[in-house]
Ligand binder design. Structure first.
Ligand code: HEM
Length: 457
């Protein structure tokens, strides 16, 4: 059976909220009304592991007022992400989380429409554009880390990396002209944007007065106004920043993207890049602080060559392996959501149309059959030989298939630029007796901001 409406329309999403019979799928409904919501929020990783043990790799769960299905393991990732039957809507899956604040972003479009927009936007990650981003990242990271060196000692890493990522976005995403403009405009934009991101994962979904969602909706208005006012100028210019690339991007027939689309894609890109990079760079530093031997290896890699050109970035093979291992242990998007638009089946179990479906990179990345001693930090898991021998959906920090992260090369670029500058300036360790706790959902984050001791070299 197929849902009769275009899956991206809000009507289709609400039509899909009819009660479906999932009783043939192992699992239970949990508590009346709240289902498993509290259990899952309290300990998401433990909740999934316990249900996997009890019910197997496909189970039913009841969260946020609705019953849905979780599919676990690399085969499930492949099935959902490759979606050869065009059964899974990303827009209807992510709509509840991102729809109000980031409408029109790539993850909120499906199938042919998504493909056309994605093709138009891919110009922003071609080689020439990436070279310009590298120059801006190199400059911006060097300046910030020089400032960190002025005040060595113990810092709270997560907020420091968050501010660095925001500042880099101002120059790399918006261009030096904007960054050099009125400082208070950029600061207001950054605050508005932070409110939007925080609102997207806030528990209260209605913009009631005083809630994070109300601040997020206000933030969106400001962000939209800021970008809308600047599209014409960036279209006419020759800027190499990401916003200029989007402003000049064209559809297949050569027509420019509508202003509204440019603005929506730009807001979405900033959101997609922000917390993911903050989380993953913090994780990398954390694991290096725990593993001085890897710090020394990457430090040696960073010590080679005095300029950060394309060839140097390419040569940072072990840094890339270590970053991948950090993404395996702490995937910034620990679960991915979809909603079926037609009936499908997995492992012989029918999944009706309109069903929320999630897959779980965090779970897959800790499966002992795929990753022996899964809790151990070991970048050598990512040698070419070992990577090639593994299921290709065993490592999915960037998802896969049509919606695979469009910014993944940018993420590697920023991680390598950061590691290169960082390890040429500092050795890192954790304060004695300090054991930070990480909250893994909705995005891996150290609960206390992560204390890190920086020793200048
Ligand atoms: C370590 C950093 C990052 C991680 C782990 C990450 C992860 C992901 C994942 C898992 C998805 C797919 C979600 C799904 O299929 O439901 C995704 C999509 C996306 N990401 Fe990233 N991301 C990162 C950085 C970035 C950056 C830096 C940018 C932009 C510069 C970016 C832009 C996007 C976009 C535009 C999409 C939507 C693609 C589509 O729907 O076609 N991401 N990302």
């Amino acid at each position: 059976m197929e849902l009769p409406l275009a899956p991206t329309s809000p009507m289709a999403v609400s039509r899909a909220r009819v009660r479906r019979d999932l009783s043939h799928i192992p699992g239970d409904r949990g508590w009346p009304l709240i289902g498993h919501t509290l259990q899952a929020l309290r300990d998401p990783q433990g909740f999934i592991a316990a249900r996997a043990d009890r019910f197997g790799p496909i189970y039913r769960r009841h969260m946020f007022g609705e019953e849905g299905v979780t599919l676990l393991g690399p085969e499930a990732n492949e099935f959902v992400l490759l979606d050869t039957g065009r059964c899974f809507s990303s827009a209807a899956g992510w709509g509840n989380v991102l729809g109000r604040l980031f409408p029109g972003g790539l993850m909120l479009r499906d199938f042919d429409e998504h493909r056309l927009h994605r093709r138009a936007l891919s110009v922003a990650f071609k080689a020439g554009a990436m070279a310009a981003y590298r120059t801006a990242l190199d400059r911006g990271i060097a300046a910030t880390l020089d400032a960190w060196r002025e005040n060595p000692g113990t810092i709270r890493l997560y907020p420091a990396v968050k501010q660095l990522t925001l500042d880099l976005a101002a120059s790399v995403f918006l261009g030096d002209d904007e960054k050099a403009g009125r400082k208070e405009d950029i600061a207001r934009l950054q605050r508005a944007f932070i409110d939007m991101v925080a609102a997207s994962i806030a528990p209260i979904r209605a913009p009631l007065p005083g809630t994070q969602m109300a601040r997020g909706v206000r933030g969106r208005k400001e962000v939209v106004a800021y970008f809308t006012a600047r599209v014409a100028k960036h279209r006419a210019g020759t800027g190499e920043d990401l916003f200029s690339q989007l402003c000049r991007a064209t559809h297949e027939d050569g027509s420019l993207l509508a202003v509204e689309d440019v603005v929506n894609h730009m807001s979405f890109f900033m959101m997609a890049a922000h917390d993911t990079l903050t989380s993953s760079l913090s994780s990398l530093v954390y694991f290096l602080a725990l593993h001085p031997e890897w710090q020394a290896r990457l430090g040696a890699e960073a010590g080679m060559g005095d300029t950060l050109d394309g060839a140097r970035i390419e040569a940072m093979v072990e840094t890339e392996m270590a970053f991948k291992e950090a993404l395996r242990l702490h995937p910034p998007v620990p679960s991915l959501v979809r909603r079926t638009v037609r009936e499908t089946s997995f492992r012989g179990m029918a999944i009706p149309p309109g069903t929320p479906v999630s897959i779980d990179p965090l779970y897959t990345h800790h499966m002992p059959d795929l990753w022996p001693e899964p809790a151990r930090f070991d970048p050598l898991r990512f040698t070419q030989a070992l990577s090639g021998a593994r299921h290709r959906f065993a490592f999915v920090p960037y998802g896969g298939g049509a919606h695979m992260c469009l910014g993944l090369h940018f993420a590697y670029l920023q991680a390598k630029c950061f590691a290169w500058h960082f390890l040429r300036r500092f050795r890192v360790s954790l304060p004695d007796g300090y054991h930070p706790r990480w909250r893994m959902w909705p995005i891996p984050k150290p609960e206390d901001g992560l204390l890190i001791r920086l020793t200048p070299i």
